[in-house]
Design a protein around this ligand. Sequence first.
Ligand code: E4P
Length: 214
Amino acid sequence: MQFFLDTGDLNEIKTAHSWGLIDGVTTNPSIVAKTGKDQMTLIREICEIIDGPISAEVIALDAPGMLKEAAELAKINKNVVIKLPMTKDGMIACKKLSADGVKTNVTLIFSANQALLAAKNGATYVSPFIGRLDDVGQTGMDLIAEIRTIFNNYGFETQILAASVRHSEHVKMSALAGADVATIPLKVLEGLFSHPLTKMGLDQFLADHAKSKK
Ligand code: E4P
């Protein structure tokens, strides 16, 4: 399973990268806005830190506009993945970019049928937003399992990128359900290290070691 970091904060990216755990990065317009930078600059800076898939989202709502933005973004680095919305125009752009060998990430996936459409049009990744489904009283994790079954049934190579991950249970359940990737905020990633028994065990070992030296 791959881990992407879901942020535009360069310090966070450097921190997670130093742990050796990060395979890529995802951004969206809200994440970019928080940094106060323009998207092109931010993506260029992220590409200097991480040598892996970096998702950058188009803003245009029409397919020609999406393709124009995608062409500019793709020029930044071979690792740039074009993030497209799950709309009819997004799917037109997805089909064209896939045919041209450009990697795509179809975002705002909230149903298995949406994921199926994206896979049929050659998406590299689909991003089911599990946390936002939980927020409206649905079980986001069920969606990951449904998409996994459908993709396995038909041999789709589109990767399932679990997004809108809010806590460590989401990571574990995504892994159990067979997501190919989880994109995770730094705080959630940090939480994966911890278990109270690990801390207690280490404290005990260090206390015993201190005694044995006397
Ligand atoms: C991923 O690609 C999305 O940008 C992100 O996971 C959305 O997460 P949120 O629902 O916490 O905003």
